[in-house]
Design a protein. Structure first.
Length: 400
């Protein structure tokens, strides 16, 4: 019989009862080091007192009123994002896919309002992940995710990740913009070359296209800068965010320059509970922590320590790990073809370390941004045990 909870996931048989910082406890008392952070989302870890208090206090006062009224918490959070980024204006929603949908709508509207309704196509990249709504499935372009869901939504053209010639070839009279993750998350923790990002900015300027960045996974400090594109020294025209910005409370956002945002006039786009007082109280609490002086430098420092440790791990276990890739605290172990990332993930969990598999046989590490050296060392130790567990040693083979 089908489970009451629709079986769209192959869930691990673990149920967590309590969390503190980067640690989670199951109801039967087992402790796990959480280097998945609910897929790069629990940016402040579990039970962060400032976030917990902000949510509890706001929930007791007023959670939801709809966007028919002013929401001071949203006004404050938007102003803070504007002050800290390229953006002039922010729209709040509830998830990454929804933020991306709105971002593509904004790009299309910009061209329509500028007299070019025929320019609605986005250039996207192979290996991308933009979400599970009908249009974002098309933007993602992964045949496995699209199968069975009818004709793909029109307007998304795919080219190989990092290939500037292919980008130029794909630009036509119907092209509206380029949509890219600065680091492909689901696709295998694959960072775009910083030079490639700069060239995309330049080609957008050359052809009057909008650069639309999907920073749903890479943003809000995960890369060691507030936004990953800052490493390339470029600014997009519009950007989506979600995952980490609510610290585990559902919150998404579209950040846009005025030339894009000004066309989303009243009635053009909306959401019932996007940006409600409760979600924005969470968003403001995350902002308080991430924007505190020295916090992002700390993320960068701890990320570099983790990176160095992973390189040593890879050198110690060449039969398991082929390489290390990613940026900041979004890192991937590229595994040898003989080692399936799902098996490695299960082996890590058996050792007490939570990770997330990603495309191209990568094991993804995306710990809370609040980890310190102690958690880095604990994770490296557990990964070392995991590598030994998945290596079929001669002794064990002989014993069989
Ligand atoms: C997770 C993710 C999404 C989808 O976000 P949801 O909140 O699951 O809708 C979109 N883009 C990127 C880059 C993501 O990592």
């Amino acid at each position: 019989m089908i489970p009451a909870l629709m079986p769209t996931y192959n869930r691990a048989d673990l149920a967590f009862e309590r969390g503190e910082g980067a640690w989670l406890w199951t109801s039967d008392g087992r402790r796990f080091l959480d280097f998945g952070a609910g897929i790069a989302t629990s940016s402040l870890g579990h039970g962060h007192p400032h976030l917990v208090r902000a949510i509890a206090e706001q929930a007791a006062r007023v959670m939801h009123v709809s966007n028919l009224y002013r929401v001071p918490q949203a006004e404050e959070l938007a102003a803070r994002h504007v002050a800290a980024s390229f953006a002039d204006s922010v729209f709040f929603c509830n998830s990454g896919a929804e933020a991306n949908e709105g971002m593509v709508k904004a790009v299309r509207k910009y061209h329509a309002e500028n007299g070019h309704p025929e320019r609605f196509r986005m250039i996207c990249f192979e290996g991308a992940f933009h979400g599970r709504t009908l249009a974002m499935l098309s933007a993602t372009g992964n045949a496995k995710y699209l199968a069975g869901f009818g004709p793909p939504v029109d307007g998304f053209d795919h080219v190989p990740f990092g290939n500037m010639n292919a980008v130029r070839d794909a630009i036509g009279p119907g092209t509206a913009g380029i949509m890219i993750e600065p680091v492909q998350g689901e696709g295998g923790v694959r960072p775009a070359d910083l030079r490639f990002l700069r060239e995309l900015r330049a080609v957008c300027d050359e052809f009057g296209l909008l650069l639309a960045l999907d920073e749903v996974q890479t943003g809000m400090g995960r890369s060691g800068r507030l936004w990953a594109h800052q490493w390339a020294g470029i600014e997009p025209d519009v950007m989506s965010s979600a995952k980490g910005i609510g610290g585990g409370f559902p919150l998404g956002a579209i950040l846009a320059r005025e030339k894009v945002a000004k066309h989303l006039k009243p009635g053009t786009h909306g959401t019932t509970y996007g940006g409600n007082p409760l979600a924005c109280a969470a968003g403001n609490a995350v902002m308080d922590v991430v924007m505190a002086p020295g916090f992002l430098d700390g993320v960068d420092r701890v990320a570099r320590a983790l990176w160095r440790g992973l390189l040593e791990l890879a050198a110690r276990h060449p039969s398991v790990v082929e390489g290390v890739q990613g940026a900041g605290l979004l890192l991937g172990l590229r595994l040898r073809p003989e080692v399936v990332n799902g098996d490695m993930q299960a082996a890590a969990a058996a050792e007490g370390l939570l990770t997330v598999a990603a495309g191209m046989n990568v094991l993804r590490l995306a710990p809370p941004l609040v980890i310190g050296q102690a958690e880095v060392e604990a994770a490296l130790d557990l990964l070392d045990r995991t590598c030994r567990r998945v290596t079929p040693s001669a002794a064990r083979a002989a014993a069989k």
